[in-house]
Design a protein around this ligand. Structure first.
Ligand SMILES: Cc1cc2nc3c(=O)[nH]c(=O)nc-3n(C[C@H](O)[C@H](O)[C@H](O)COP(=O)(O)OP(=O)(O)OC[C@H]3O[C@@H](n4cnc5c(N)ncnc54)[C@H](O)[C@@H]3O)c2cc1C
Length: 374
């Protein structure tokens, strides 16, 4: 999603007992299953599906769905911790599952009860994966146009990014209304290929290549009224992005935490000959904690102050740049081996680069470049 971090769930600072247990389970699944095979998944040697099944078996695909619909109904604080645990283990798995977690939240919040009845229980159980195609609504030019017709809508255009396409049973598309392109309509469509819906093969990507992200083109696709998800607008999306600037720091912070793990491992292996490495580990530990506390303070704080936007953009750019620095340090520490497609340092470096782009707005783009040129 566009990821669940974008749902601006007010964050409770304390996890309840169930959430504490669930997070321990999540970390155990990450440590024992997901992280050990992260390079194999990243290289396409192992299918990410096995990780999705492991998360579903642990009840972790239902964290953004309420108990009423078979989910865990977890808090914003849990989502942050879970996001960091998963991005510290395997960016590919996180990026596929988080599109779905966002969709669960969107369908749970839709006025359309029939959508929930048809899909939400299976979505929470990981039996019906739903991806999204609406990040393009941030672009100046409309990418998909919706025309209201008798009984529903007709969609024409291209979603430039749809992650996890081969795993999806459905997709929530975001489209601009043809009569007023600042009005946005979100519609659910089955993910099957047809004359009206065509996907490219997975796009060749530097990072997240194993997420099977494709470009999906719609040719006059008819979507019946019963698959309506919600109305929104460019203004409402901008407001959501404004409130979520600092909240979306969990992915790069998780990546930085994973890279620190790699750096610590290399430092221990390299021994005393390179005293700079343990010092770097300590310095990055402190900086990651400071960056996280700063971002959470701003994400949980008031948004109507004169300094909020600048502070939030600085917090986001700091987290993005920090993940790149820690993973770069892990590569430097690993030496030649760090460039092997089997070494975690290079994978984390590419994933860190990718978190520069997720849910990127013009303001985040500018703040990131400003930080990098300071
Ligand atoms: C590998 C990958 C997978 C993705 N998967 C998904 C997915 O499954 N679903 C989904 O919905 N999205 C997905 N995205 C989209 C992602 O979340 C961002 O929306 C996207 O990275 C932003 O880049 P863009 O190409 O869409 O926009 P760009 O055109 O590159 O613009 C980036 C931002 O800058 C702004 N901007 C551009 N030009 C200007 C200008 N001249 N002045 C001011 N502002 C400007 C744009 O409005 C936009 O907000 C994915 C992206 C990538 C890279």
């Amino acid at each position: 999603m566009e990821n669940s971090a974008e749902t601006n769930v007010p964050a409770d600072t304390i996890l309840n007992e169930d959430e504490t247990r669930l997070l321990a389970t999540a970390k155990q699944v990450c440590d024992t299953l997901i992280e050990p095979r992260a390079e194999a998944v990243d290289n396409g040697d192992t299918d990410a599906r096995d990780n999705l099944i492991a998360l579903a078996d642990a009840g972790l695909v239902g964290v953004t769905t309420s108990r009423e619909w078979g989910g865990k109904g977890c808090s914003g604080a849990f989502q942050r911790e879970f996001t960091e645990a998963l991005t510290a283990a395997c960016g590919t798995t996180w990026f596929i599952v988080t599109q779905h977690l966002g969709s669960c939240g969107t369908i749970a919040g839709s006025k359309n009860q029939t959508l929930r009845e048809r899909y939400l229980r299976d979505m929470a159980a990981g039996r019906h994966y739903v991806g999204v195609g609406f990040g393009h609504l941030r672009r100046k030019e409309p990418m998909i146009l919706a025309t209201q017709v008798l009984g529903g809508y007709r969609l024409t255009g291209t979603a430039p990014w749809v992650t996890g396409y081969p795993y999806l049973s459905g997709i929530i598309f975001g489209a601009s209304l043809d009569t007023d392109t600042d009005r946005h309509v979100y519609l659910y469509a089955p993910a099957g290929e047809s004359d009206a819906l065509r996907s490219t093969p997975p796009l060749p990507l530097c990072a997240m290549n194993a997420t099977a992200t494709t470009e999906v083109t719609l040719h006059d696709l008819f979507v019946p009224e019963e698959d309506f998800v919600k109305w929104s607008s460019r203004e409402e999306m901008a407001r959501g992005d404004f409130y979520g600037i600092a909240g979306a720091t969990a992915p790069p912070l998780g990546c930085a935490t994973g890279a620190l793990r790699t750096l610590r491992g290399v430092a221990q292996k390299r021994g005393d000959g390179l005293p700079m490495l343990p010092e770097a580990v300590t310095a990055f530990e402190t900086e990651i904690a400071n960056c996280r506390n700063n971002a959470r303070r701003i994400a949980d704080g008031p948004k109507d102050t004169p300094v909020y936007q600048k502070d939030a953009l600085d917090a986001r750019a700091w987290a993005i740049e920090l993940a790149v620095r820690v993973s770069h340090a892990a590569i430097a520490a690993a030496g030649g081996a760090g460039n092997s497609r089997l070494h975690p340092a290079q994978r984390r470096f590419r994933e860190a680069m990718f978190y520069t782009l997720t849910a990127q707005t013009g303001d985040i783009l500018s703040a990131t470049v400003r930080r990098l040129t300071r």
